[in-house]
Design a protein around this ligand. Structure first.
Ligand code: GRF
Length: 216
C-alpha cells in the first residue's frame, strides 16, 4: 500500500521478479490517485487500485475486501502516509509490515530524517517492523544503519537512508516469505541469521585510533 513516489515499491517489485524470490506482489493499493507509485506498479504489470482515503473506516473496508479477494498473505506499507483504522491493523496483526526512515523507536512520525539531524545523532537509518495501531511502532524485523555526515542536510541524509531502505525492505520480506520470522512476546525472532560481533564508532577514524593507542 502506497501514497507517493513508490521507490520502495520499485525495490520490492525488482526483488520479487527474481525466480527464486518466495513472494509475489498481487496488488498495489494507493490512498492517493496521483501517486507516482501507481505508474511503477502498472509498468510492472501489477494491478493498481486507488482507494481515496477520505474516511479511515471506509478505506479499511474497501482495502480489506480487495486484499481478501486477492488472497493476500502479507501487506507491505511502502510510503503509505495515512493512519490506518485500528481494527484493520489488528486484523493484519503480524501480517502487515512498514518501513520507516529512522532507527525506531527514535524519530517516529513525519520528517524522521530532519528529526535525526536536529537531534545530532551520529547514526541514522531505517526500520522494517510489524505494524501496531500506534504510529510507527511494532516488533522490529530489521534495521539498516548509515552514518550522519557533518555536512548533511535533510536531502543528503534522506538519500543515503533511502538507498539502504531499498536493500532492507526486500530482505525483510524475503525472511518473512521464507517462514523464518516469528513474533514472540511482541519481539521478533528470526531463524538462521548471522549477527556481526564488532562495534562501529562514528566518527571512527581519529577516535578509534586514539582509543586504541590509549589502551595500548
Ligand atoms: C520512505 O522513506 C519510507 O521509509 C517512508 O516513506 C518513504 C516512501 O518513499 N515510510 P517511497 O514512496 O518508497 O519512495
Amino acid at each position: 500500500m502506497i501514497s507517493g513516489r513508490g521507490t520502495n515499491l520499485r525495490a520490492l517489485i525488482a526483488a520479487c521478479s527474481a525466480d527464486a524470490f518466495p513472494a509475489e506482489i498481487q496488488i498495489v493499493i494507493s490512498s492517493h490517485e496521483e501517486a507516482p507509485g501507481l505508474g511503477v506498479a502498472t509498468a510492472a504489470g501489477i494491478p493498481a487500485v486507488v482507494i481515496p482515503h477520505r474516511d479511515r473506516r471506509a478505506f479499511a473496508t474497501a482495502a480489506q475486501a480487495l486484499l481478501g479477494e486477492q488472497q493476500v498473505e502479507l501487506v507491505c506499507l511502502a510510503g503509505f502516509m495515512r493512519v490506518l483504522d485500528a481494527n484493520f491493523v489488528e486484523a493484519w496483526r503480524d501480517r502487515m509490515v512498514n518501513i520507516h526512515p529512522s532507527l525506531l523507536p527514535s524519530f517516529r512520525g513525519l520528517h524522521a530524517q530532519r528529526q535525526a539531524l536536529a537531534a545530532g545523532v551520529r547514526f541514522a537509518g531505517c526500520t522494517v517492523h510489524f505494524v501496531r495501531p500506534e504510529l510507527d511502532s511494532g516488533p522490529i524485523i530489521g534495521q539498516a544503519v548509515v552514518p550522519v555526515h557533518p555536512d548533511d542536510n535533510e536531502d543528503r541524509l534522506s538519500a543515503r537512508i533511502l538507498e539502504v531502505e531499498h536493500r532492507l525492505y526486500p530482505y525483510a520480506v524475503w525472511l518473512i516469505a521464507e517462514g523464518r520470522v516469528r513474533v514472540v512476546a511482541d519481539r521478533v525472532e528470526i531463524a538462521g541469521v548471522r549477527v556481526p560481533e564488532m562495534a562501529v564508532l562514528n566518527p571512527q577514524d581519529i577516535l578509534g585510533d586514539r582509543l586504541a593507542s590509549i589502551r595500548g
